[in-house]
Design a protein around this ligand. Structure first.
Ligand code: TPP
Ligand code: SF4
Ligand code: MG
Length: 267
């Protein structure tokens, strides 16, 4: 099977604006799916509402196009009843961390074996470019013409509260790292989150001074740098991968017979 068979090319052109970053993620996801032998028989896509949520319609897989913010409970339900399936969520930053924020917290905590690919365009794209939880402070948006006043949510920090999680930050410019992250995330045996900086030229980029999608891609190239080897946390605009290992379970140390032993609560 070729990569193009993973896509419903008969439905192209997509509804996405020319130059939108979503297509770059879809292309890389299709390619990884081909490498890993994922097909309709072993994989389900779950998408939410927003421009990103339309990806399920263009991929040749079984998919659930669920309610806004509800990708994770649906994904967890599928994984619970059909644990043999690969369950991949593709959702926008708003869908994932605004209306879906509470589900995100608890999915991180429960550590289901699902993969989340978050198209992080730092805006509510579909609805015209309102401030969302990932919008950087000071950004001019449709709903904050004088600049967003709130600090963006720390997705890395949230995901890393799960000591067995996988978190990757990449951009649509960095195709190689994005491909590696998507592949590793699908293979990760627990909660895995790929946070992809991606351009929404129409409802974000032009408002903040970019002339074209290409200029936004160039800015990812200029601004994002790989994290140093061995980094345990990604700073600012760094791309990289944080693989959290399982916390070792404390093993009781045997106490020699006849020693002055006290039990757990010191009595
Ligand atoms: C319950 C509910 N509230 C609000 C909306 C309106 N709405 C549709 S998409 C969206 C935001 C999408 O932003 P994001 O998830 O970042 O996706 P993008 O369009 O940027 O890919 C909102 C608020 C909705 N469809 N349903
Ligand atoms: S509005 Fe933005 S996110 Fe939506 S398709 Fe257009 S460029 Fe992409
Ligand atoms: Mg968005």
């Amino acid at each position: 099977m070729a990569v193009k068979d993973k896509l419903k090319t008969d439905l192209f052109p997509t509804i996405w604006c020319p130059g939108c970053g979503i297509g770059l993620i879809m292309q890389q996801l299709a390619s990884v799916m081909e490498d890993l032998g994922l097909d309709k028989t072993n994989t389900v896509l779950v998408t939410g509402i927003g421009c990103t949520g339309r990806m399920g319609a263009y991929m040749n897989f079984e998919s659930v196009y669920t309610l806004h913010g509800r990708t994770l409970p649906v994904a967890e339900a599928i994984k619970t009843v059909r644990p043999e399936l690969n369950v991949i969520v593709v959702s926008g930053d708003g869908d994932t961390s605004s209306i879906g924020g509470n589900h995100l917290l608890h999915s991180i905590r429960r550590n289901p074996n699902v993969t989340v690919i978050c198209n992080n365009n730092e805006i509510y794209g579909l609805t015209g470019g309102q401030t969302g939880p990932t919008t950087p402070k000071g950004t001019t948006t449709l709903s904050s013409p004088a600049g967003s006043t709130a600090s963006p949510i720390n997705l890395q920090g949230l995901v890393n509260t799960n000591p067995e999680s996988y978190y990757a930050k990449t951009t649509v410019y960095h195709q190689g790292p994005m491909r590696k992250a998507i592949k590793e995330a699908i293979e990760w045996p627990g909660f895995a989150f790929v946070d992809v900086a991606s351009q929404c030229i129409e409802n974000n980029g032009r408002r903040i001074g970019f002339g074209s999608a290409f200029e936004m891609l160039e800015s990812y190239k200029a601004d994002y740098k790989p994290a140093p080897k061995g980094a345990t946390r990604l700073e600012g605009k760094q791309i990289g991968i944080i693989k959290n290992a399982a916390v070792p379970v404390a093993v009781p140390v045997p106490v020699p017979a006849g020693s002055n032993q006290v039990d757990g609560d010191g009595k």
